[in-house]
Design a protein around this ligand. Structure first.
Ligand SMILES: [Zn+2]
Length: 48
């Protein structure tokens, strides 16, 4: 399972409808709203 970095929900990456790639890493989201939030400001959710 992957974790939706926006809302911290567990997301099954095999069935995830919403995903984004950021700096070569795939991120999975529970819903379009979470993907939209991530896409608008990935740095807010990604800790490197
Ligand atoms: Zn979410």
């Amino acid at each position: 399972m992957a974790v939706d970095v926006v809302c911290r929900m567990s997301v099954d990456e095999k069935n995830a409808k919403f995903r984004s790639e950021h700096k070569g890493t795939q991120y999975y989201f529970c819903c379009a709203a979470c993907k939209k939030s991530f896409d608008a400001n990935p740095a807010r959710y990604v800790r490197n």
